[in-house]
Design a protein around this ligand. Structure first.
Ligand code: C2E
Ligand code: MG
Ligand code: MG
Length: 641
């Protein structure tokens, strides 16, 4: 069949079918009626489908046309927006730059390039931040610090991802006000405002009046403003918290590593704290190592607790200051509205009281203000006055407790223990007044007196009997300790080998390299060094690695539970084993029973100290004590050999 015939068939199917039926009937062959019916319905089906395809095609082309129109409109809109954006960029008063998460320039305007003397080829999209900084250093439009310092500073700031405003003075004398806004992908947008000379002074004065110079944080003035604002909101029901944060051991770092490092530490601590604050919170620096935070519009006191926990944790992580490690920590006091105060002064005062409690409770922790704290503060102040008075009048005396050598079964020496008998308070326990004396710096003169007194006393004892003196971490500050020890030995005539200094591991943690140098110097004179209260801190083992102690005193908490807890035996065994292999002797503290003594002897402890042999007693009682214990008399509690 030709194509024409075919189209004819398609144009008149039922006619064709009928003709076909007639022709086949005439021939008396197959049932052409049925066949024609099938052909007709097949054709109808085909026709329906063709019409459907045409409809769909029409629909698609309509959609396509609409899309195309939209796209064209979109492109036109985008172009218009681009033009507007370009115009806005080029006509804004400030310089603007946008960097992506890979620190590559996305866009900047001409003003930005002009402020820093950068050529167009220096600010092509895709240029890295570091390359631009290098061009700025070449163009003398960099800040005063050197390039590496600047990049370090910038990196810390970038990682903190906090929006802020800073005033930067360039080497060429211009002052630029920079506002940074971090973006979620790690990039940032910054505006740079070249402050005209006449406005520079005004702007700087206004900035200085509200900011701390070192950290760029809010100062007391701005903090009070923020507190006032928060109090206004609080009247409408938005509770907020004030946190007073004090860096533990900051003064030690400042004294030992120098003020430049101290400043760097304050800046680094600021960066860490900011990472955990929201834009609505205010972080202010109140004094040397004191900070305050106003934490707004939160679920209080739950969120203040969460924030304080985080700050205590992150500030305890060692800081790396140009390769020098500094270990500090933080104590925090918290006051929450409305219960803890309804004006800025009351809130700050109460947060400060809670801070004092956190420090008294051992630092490295946080405390909420409680109404009873007032009384505690007053009691502390009164104790401080009495202690100062006692120090001025030299109202202390020493008691001595024997240190028993297990191997020789005799007295090896005595530990000098400070006593304060107050006319009204009675005997004040050292655990109460020594931490206070450390906090207010009185421990240095008191400690010097103890050294002189103990050496003078020991010089009267039989040869071979030593004296052990406790030295506080505070006495290592300022560097006078070596001379104090030398003068105590000189004046008493006691040989250096009969003096033992007991230090706790906090000494090693607080003072680092400077302490180690002093310990080495002391040891080189023949004085022995013992580590006291071993196992109570958190870096006992690393302390042992850092300095070759002569002796380790196992803390009495392990001895107390020795007979009930297998883990205590395991710890004692491990310590005596480590010490033996490091060439150190071991003294177990707080031995009160024969059972404990027998177990310690079995674990190869070399020396013991405790009420089982003697409580600390007055110097006058020592000759009697020596007679009973040295050499071991029949009544002495030594285990059978
Ligand atoms: P420490 O150096 O660990 O002294 C041992 C403490 O354990 C002494 O307490 C002693 O009396 C007590 N003790 C000894 N044997 C036993 C016992 O069998 N059972 C019990 N429960 N306790 C026992 P003390 O005299 O109250 O001194 C407490 C802490 O005060 C000392 O602990 C030391 O850290 C400090 N300290 C004492 N005198 C001075 C001093 O002159 N300078 C300095 N910086 N700290 C001192
Ligand atoms: Mg001691
Ligand atoms: Mg001890």
């Amino acid at each position: 069949m030709s194509e024409n015939n075919a189209s004819h068939v398609l144009a008149a199917p039922s006619l064709f079918a009928r003709q076909l039926a007639r022709a086949t009937r005439a021939q008396g062959g197959i049932d052409l009626d049925a066949l024609a019916g099938q052909v007709t319905s097949a054709y109808d089906e085909l026709e329906r489908s063709r019409r459907g395809t045409d409809d769909r095609n029409a629909l698609i082309s309509r959609e396509f046309a609409t899309l195309n129109a939209n796209l064209e409109r979109g492109v036109a809109e985008l172009e218009a927006q681009n033009i507007r954006f370009g115009l806005a960029l080029e006509n804004m008063a400030q310089g603007l730059c946008v960097f992506d998460g890979a620190q590559r320039l996305i866009v900047c305007n001409k003003q930005f390039a002009d402020i820093y003397g950068l050529k167009p080829e220096h600010v092509r999209p895709g240029t890295t931040f570091r390359e631009i900084v290098a061009h700025r250093y070449a163009a003398d439009s960099s800040p005063a610090m050197n390039q590496a310092e600047y990049l370090n500073w910038w990196e810390r700031k970038r990682v903190s991802a906090v929006a802020d405003e800073t005033l930067v003075e360039l080497r060429n004398g211009r002052v630029i006000s920079i506002r940074d806004q971090p973006m979620p992908d790690g990039g940032w947008v910054a505006t740079h405002d070249d402050i005209p000379e006449r406005r520079t002074v005004e702007k700087r004065l206004a900035y200085m009046a509200h900011h701390d110079d070192l950290t760029g944080l809010a100062n007391r003035v701005l903090l009070r403003q923020r507190l006032d604002e928060a109090l206004t909101r609080a009247r409408r029901g938005a509770a907020f918290a004030v946190l007073c944060v004090d860096l533990d051991h900051f003064k030690v770092v400042n004294d030992t590593l120098g003020h430049t490092m101290g400043d760097a530490l304050l800046r680094a601590a600021t960066v860490r704290m900011r990472q955990h604050l929201r834009d609505t919170d205010t972080l202010a620096r109140l004094g040397s190592d004191e900070f305050a935070i106003v934490q707004c519009d939160m679920d209080q006191p739950v969120d203040a607790t969460a924030l304080a926990e985080r700050l205590v944790r992150i500030l305890a992580v060692p800081f790396d200051l140009d390769g020098q490690q500094a270990v500090i920590g933080a104590s925090i006091g918290i006051a929450v509205t409305p219960g803890d105060g309804t004006d800025p002064d009351a809130l700050l005062r109460n947060a400060d009281r809670a801070l004092t409690r956190a420090k008294a409770d051992g630092r490295g922790c946080f405390r909420f203000f409680e109404s009873g704290m007032d009384t505690v503060m007053q009691a502390r102040r009164s104790l401080e006055l009495d202690l100062r008075d006692a120090a001025a009048r030299n109202a202390f005396h020493l008691h001595y407790q024997p240190l028993m050598s297990l191997r020789a079964r005799r007295v090896g020496g005595f530990e000098a223990l400070l006593r304060w008998n107050h006319p009204v308070r009675g005997n004040v326990p050292p655990a109460e007044f020594i931490p206070l004396a450390e906090e207010i710096g009185l421990i240095t003169p008191i400690g010097a007196w103890v050294l002189h007194q103990a050496c003078a006393q020991a010089a009267t004892w039989p040869e071979g009997i030593c004296v052990a003196v406790n030295i506080s971490a505070v006495q290592f500050r300022g560097g006078a300790l070596v001379e104090t020890v030398a003068s105590a030995l000189r004046q008493s005539g006691l040989p250096a080998c009969r003096l033992e200094l007991e230090i706790t591991e906090s000494v090693m943690i607080e003072n680092g390299e400077a302490t180690l140098a002093m310990l080495r110097e002391l040891r080189s004179t023949g004085v022995r060094i013992a580590m006291d209260d071993f196992g109570t801190g958190y870096s006992s083992l690393s302390s042992l690695r850092n300095f070759p102690f002569d002796k380790v005193k196992i803390d009495q908490s392990f001895v107390r539970e020795l007979t009930d807890r297998p883990d205590c035996i395991a710890i004692v065994r491990a310590v005596t084993g480590i010490c033996a292999s490091l060439g150190m002797t071991t003294t177990a503290e707080g031995v009160e029973t024969r059972e404990q003594l027998a177990m310690l002897a079995a674990e190869r402890c070399t020396d013991v100290q405790g009420y089982l042999f003697s409580r600390p007693c007055a110097a006058a009682d020592l000759p009697d004590l020596l007679r009973t214990l040295h050499p071991a008399g029949p009544a002495s509690p030594w285990p059978a050999p």
